[in-house]
Ligand binder design. Structure first.
Ligand code: FAD
Ligand code: SF4
Length: 868
């Protein structure tokens, strides 16, 4: 049981806070409250109706493509216990007694509160048409709703979504992905009527119909036709038509869940929503309401998460006794940028031109599926806009519209595709909010650069939180940081080092296009000086990627860093580790015995790694060839643990053994590991394949991860463990095996081509212009026309692959480098010593008398191990 203190750090007795609702806003409230010093004065109980802690409802649809409830969770591990929060799942609040200051739960428990926070969200509105509750009718709000839709879809052929707004189109996308013939019925004359105008709606409709969804606008739902078995059979429309339907999803808007407040006598709005003031307090000073259940001080109920988060922070500061004027919640920006069924849509500010005297600037290219409208005010200020098909400029336009200043750039320049308009600087006012998720203005970003000394985008992100939400402002953030650094006299040098004024990407292109095959040639023609520890390994890696020559040949050998130099990993006491490749983590008993025998004969320490292979530690440089001779003879190859290249492709046992598996994850992992082994890249590459959505191989923490679905494979990219973990993003779903492999080929080659030095895929994906969408367009849709070139580069890699260690052993010249002392070959390094531990060896510490490495043994333990 959680230990619950009775007094806070201030030794004041703790007060009781009850939070009703553990959704997105409820969780943000808990985080904001526990961050404040005054938050420690509260003993917190959370009543949650759902059976699981808060999860990311915004990305709910990704559940259909394999993102499970754990991956969607918004509650960091340990958060609840670390803060002594009493989270009661599946225990909804049933009544509030404001006079007694108590909440009664559904199971009859009565909890006292000093403060009550209502964060109960919304419920989906279901039009009360006949048959609306028949079997096969669903709503789209919780994981349980999605589970029910998926189960029903197995028997269904046709699905109808009621509502052509944001959620309706998400639901339509899900039904299409489940293989249903899908219809959308929308009462308004166009799709997403709230966000887009007539022109944008037309283009959106066309694009969505091209994806196989039939759209019926200007049509209402009259009745659900129900069969004798009580299941949905069809839908009667207001225009007299009847659509066949086996499954119906109601997505016709949401209503605030305000009944607890209503029944306890708190004022609610005419159309629902708990009335709150600018501090999110209801008329009862002990009761707050935040998120979608609240009617904010500006008279609006917000159906988006960012305003809910802002309310959560306002209420938290107020309850922690930290309220400042600027914390008041007086309204929020409802701009949206989405990808619906693969179609980019954004709307911001006064998108419909409701402001008096507003005029439009339009760019419409139906051939290429792009529509952009800007609404310009009387004073020449940008008021809002609609973008369909190309939302690249959203990051810049939204803050410009929020700024309210007359534009200093001709508006047509802002809608023309890049390259067509007269390019010129677009200046944002200081007060423009660049990151709306975290409400960070340009002024705060400038202050981070000038006052807080941040010199890079990651530093500014860390300092201000800008760009850490939805990510749509990252590009703009980068531009502002560069401009500010340049303005303050800092030369933003993009060159790799003092020897090359080019970035890694530029050098890659130079080497590729000019066919350069040596560092000397490159530095002579495109650089200066002799090179250094930065540029030499980078150029070595580029040459290895493009040329596939042996990395220890000729001049190439001198470019490598220490690990590559000896094709082994240097350890803390000067010894090396040896890592043979074990593709997919699959190894025969014979292979295991061989590795065991080699380790025993050379006295090496063995450890099973997280990448599903076996590391052999404690080898001297002189011993490496003898150890590898035994390994290569037994059929093992280099595992490239030393290189910036593919490490491992982990796998679970998959359908072959596991009851839940839906595909052969081991077979695929082995195929991928053999295909990409030896591929040199800007940083190490890790991969994994899971046989089902349970994800035992942790594929979403890898540079490229694959998760089996019942019909194919989902491909994730940009995942990372380490110091800055990042969950991978879904690049494409339900791919067949050939398409999957081709997509990975292209992704890897595009990354290798465009990443900076030592840039992992996770950082690259966050940095690259257009982010995930751009990479998807390049890899899946060949938007840059590069794919045949990327394919050819990968084919060349696969054809020319050779095992680096086998090649070393075959060449006396290459073997010559494996000596501790050049002038005394065969002499072990006396500084490299070991002591026994747990039946094996470990490096001796400076105060210990260790045993010196002896020259390579052929049999028998090199170091006597005493275990008693
Ligand atoms: C499919 C989908 C896609 C979306 N996409 C976007 C998007 O792209 N952008 C965007 O900004 N927003 C989007 N939204 C909306 C966004 O999810 C909501 O704005 C956000 O979840 C609101 O948070 P909340 O905490 O107020 O409500 P919720 O997240 O709904 O949480 C409320 C919680 O309170 C619980 N509850 C209710 N009554 C009780 C009770 N009596 N006792 C205990 N618990 C109770 C509910 O079960 C629920 O768990 C989307 C929503 C959906 C469903
Ligand atoms: S991911 Fe799925 S198939 Fe693989 S071991 Fe786990 S449960 Fe089994």
């Amino acid at each position: 049981m959680t230990h619950r203190p009775t007094s806070g750090p201030s030794s004041r007795p703790l007060k009781d806070l009850v939070l009703v609702g553990h959704g997105m806003v409820g969780q943000r409230f808990l985080e904001a409250l526990t961050e404040q010093p005054g938050g420690a004065d509260w003993r917190i109980t959370v009543l949650a109706e759902e059976p699981r802690p808060a999860y990311d409802r915004v990305h709910l649809t990704s559940w259909f493509s394999g993102t499970d409830a754990d991956a969607l969770s918004l509650t960091p591990p340990g958060f609840v216990t670390d803060h002594g929060i009493d989270l009661r799942l599946a225990e909804p609040a049933a009544a509030v007694d404001r006079a007694a200051q108590t909440v009664t739960t559904a199971s009859g428990q009565v909890l006292h509160y000093d403060a009550l926070v209502l964060a109960t969200g919304s419920y989906p509105f279901v039009p009360p048409v006949p048959g609306h509750d028949a079997a096969g009718c669903h709503v789209y709000r919780t994981i349980e709703d999605l589970e029910a839709i998926r189960d029903d879809a197995e028997q269904a052929g046709t699905g109808v979504v009621v509502g052509g707004g944001l959620l309706g189109l998400e639901a339509a996308g899900a039904l299409t992905a489940l293989g249903l013939e899908t219809h959308v019925v929308e009462f308004a004359p166009r799709l997403m009527a709230l966000q887009v105008d007539e022109g944008g709606g037309q283009l959106l409709r066309r694009k969505i119909e091209e994806l196989g969804v039939t759209v019926h606008t200007g049509a209402g739902t009259q009745a659900i036709v129900v069969g004798e078995d009580g299941r949905v059979r069809g839908m009667g429309l207001s225009d007299g038509r009847e659509l066949p339907a086996d499954l119906v999803v109601f997505s016709a808007g949401v209503r605030p869940r305000d009944q607890l407040a209503r029944e306890s006598g708190l004022p609610v709005g005419e159309r629902g929503g708990i009335v709150v003031d600018e501090r999110c307090r209801t008329t009862d000073p002990h009761v707050y309401a935040i998120g979608e259940c609240a009617l904010a001080a500006d008279g609006r109920v917000y159906g988006l998460v960012a305003p809910g988060y802002a309310m959560a922070e306002t209420a938290a500061r107020s309850l922690a006794g930290e309220h400042r004027d600027q914390d008041a919640f007086t309204g929020a920006d409802t701009s949206t940028k989405l990808k619906l069924l693969g179609v980019d849509v954004a709307s911001f500010g006064d998108a419909h031109g409701a402001t008096e005297g507003a005029l439009d600037v339009l760019y419409s290219d139906s051939r290429n599926g792009v529509y952009k409208k800007l609404v310009i005010g009387r004073e020449g200020q940008l008021l809002g806009g609609v973008l369909v098909g190309d939302t690249e400029s959203y990051g810049l336009l939204r803050p410009l519209a929020m700024g309210g200043e007359p534009l200093r750039t001709a508006p047509e320049q802002l809608v023309l595709p890049a390259g067509l308009g007269p390019a010129g600087p677009v200046t944002l006012p200081d007060e423009a909010v660049v990151c709306s998720c975290h409400n960070v203005s340009k002024e705060q970003i400038r202050a981070a650069v000038h006052d807080a000394g941040c010199g890079t985008v990651p530093e500014v992100k860390k300092c201000t939180k800008a760009g850490t939400g939805c990510g749509s402002c990252v590009k703009l953030l980068g531009t502002i940081v560069t401009e500010e650094l340049q303005a303050s006299g800092v030369t933003v040098d993009k060159g790799l080092c003092e020897h090359f004024a080019h970035t890694r990407t530029e050098l890659y292109e130079i080497v590729r296009v000019a066919g350069i095959t040596s560092f000397t040639d490159l530095v002579d023609r495109h650089g200066t000086g002799e090179g250094c520890d930065i540029c030499k390994p980078v150029v070595a890696s580029i040459l290895a990627t493009l040329d596939n020559g042996h990395i220890l040949d000729g001049e190439q050998a001198a470019l490598q860093d220490t690990n590559d130099h000896f094709l082994a990993n240097l350890q803390r006491n000067g010894s090396y580790s040896v890592v043979p490749r074990i593709p997919g983590g699959e190894i025969t008993p014979h292979g295991l015995i061989t590795i065991g025998e080699i380790a025993r004969d050379f006295g090496l320490y063995t450890k099973i790694t997280g990448g599903q292979r076996i590391d052999l530690f404690g080898a001297g440089v002189d011993q490496l060839p003898a150890i590898w001779r035994r390994l290569v003879d037994a059929g093992f190859e280099s595992g490239h643990a030393y290189g910036k290249s593919l490490r491992t492709v982990k796998s679970c046992v998959g359908e072959t053994w596991c009851r839940y598996g839906v595909q052969d994850s081991v077979g695929l992992a082995i195929e991928l590991e053999l295909r990409y082994r030896g591929l040199r890249s800007p940083h190490k590459l890790k991969s994994a394949v899971s046989g089902c959505a349970r994800e035992c191989a942790e594929a979403q923490g890898k540079d490229f991860g694959i998760i089996a679905t019942s019909t194919g494979w989902n491909l994730y990219i940009g995942g990372n463990g380490g110091m800055t973990p990042r969950h991978a993003d879904l690049l494409a779903a339900d791919l067949d095996r050939d398409t999957l492999i081709r997509s990975i080929d292209r992704f890897l080659m595009f990354y290798i081509r465009t990443a900076d030095r030592l840039e992992r895929t996770s950082v690259w994906l966050d940095r690259i212009d257009g982010g995930l969408d751009h990479v998807r367009a390049v890899v899946m849709d060949d938007s840059l026309g590069l794919c045949s070139e990327l394919d050819a580069l990968m084919e060349r890699h696969v054809d020319q692959y050779q095992d680096e260690w086998a090649a070393v052993l075959a060449d006396p010249e290459r073997l010559r480098r494996f000596v501790s002392f050049v002038n005394a070959p065969g002499t072990p390094d006396p500084a490299v010593t070991f002591v026994p531990e747990r039946g094996q060896i470990r490096p001796a510490r400076p105060d210990e008398n260790g045993t010196i490495l002896s020259p390579a043994l052929v049999a028998g333990p090199r170091l006597e191990v005493r275990t008693a």
